[in-house]
Design a protein around this ligand. Structure first.
Ligand SMILES: Nc1ncnc2c1ncn2[C@@H]1O[C@H](COP(=O)(O)OP(=O)(O)OP(=O)(O)O)[C@@H](O)[C@H]1O
Length: 267
């Protein structure tokens, strides 16, 4: 059997008295688009930060393509491209310069940098705008630029934390279309967190519904919905397993926060 892209075993993490992640077992198949869904505070970002080596994994255990995250952090980092929630593009640099900076940071060999920067920009549809400063980009273009930054080292696993938050519906679908195309073109595994149910239904092969640090349901969107009954949505499934609604009003507040952050960083 193919090695899973990610295998998490009994993953837990506490911040003081807050149990952010509470006994998560999870396997992400190589080549799939996997959605980790849940409301604010569910433990999604903490889980991603453990997989990306930014937080300790103990007492649990994680492997990325069979490589132990606790023991071989640098080897794991080379396998991963990570787009965090906080923006990471510099408005004073051009799109190409931003991506080139990441190529250097991620140790892409000098001779391969220019071609890899060019193909990362092409994968996200920014070739024509590559030599404009990032402060002239729209919110959707910035997200695509961040995708290019994460793609420039040709990772096998692309991890995206709320990639479409704060974007309008057109920009949201444009980001998702790029993600789908990149997966099709490269066979890359994609792990994404979102609280937009419609996006997860449309673009994820499988999803895990997370609540108070635990995985409450896992499967394809269609199977999870069918398990509940005809006409069910993922939001209904989430409510059935937790008693709460997934799509809270807070999404709006966070969107505004994210938009403000964009304005501040790039303005
Ligand atoms: N650095 C930290 N210090 C203290 N508590 C934290 C820290 N990071 C996260 N938490 C807490 O851990 C819990 C899980 O947070 P986490 O960010 O993983 O959730 P999330 O599902 O990603 O939500 P969001 O999308 O809002 O980030 C929350 O109760 C949060 O307040």
């Amino acid at each position: 059997m193919t090695e899973p892209a990610v295998r998490c075993t009994e993953l837990s993490h506490s911040f003081g008295a807050t149990r952010a992640v509470d006994g998560v077992d999870l396997e992400i198949h190589a080549g799939e688009v996997f959605g980790l869904l849940g409301p604010n505070g569910a433990g999604k970002t903490t889980t991603l930060r453990m997989i990306t080596t930014l937080l300790p994994t103990s007492p649990g255990h994680i492997t990325v393509f069979g490589v132990d995250v606790a023991r071989r952090r640098m080897a794991v980092r080379r396998l991963i491209g990570y787009v965090p929630q906080q923006l990471s593009a510099d408005g004073a640099l051009t799109g190409r310069e931003n991506v080139a900076l990441f190529a250097r940071l991620f140790d892409v060999p000098r001779a391969r940098r220019a071609p890899q920067v060019g193909s990362a920009l092409e994968l996200v549809g920014l070739t024509d705008d590559a030599d404009r400063t990032a402060k002239t980009y729209s919110g959707g273009m910035i997200r695509r630029l961040e995708l290019a930054q994460a793609l420039v080292s040709s990772p096998r696993l692309l991890i995206l934390d709320e990639p479409t938050i704060g974007l309008d519906p057109v920009a949201r679908s444009s980001v998702w279309e790029r993600i789908s195309e990149i997966r099709a073109a490269t066979g890359m595994t994609v792990l994404v967190t979102t609280h937009y149910m419609d996006e997860a239904e449309q673009y994820c092969d499988r999803v895990a519904l997370m609540h108070t640090g635990r995985i409450r349901a896992l499967g394809t969107p269609a199977d999870l919905e069918a398990g509940l009954g005809p006409e069910s949505t993922l939001d209904d499934v989430f409510r059935a397993v937790t008693g709460n609604r997934l799509q809270s009003e807070e999404g709006g507040i966070r969107s505004v926060r994210a938009t403000r952050r964009t304005a501040r960083r790039l303005g």
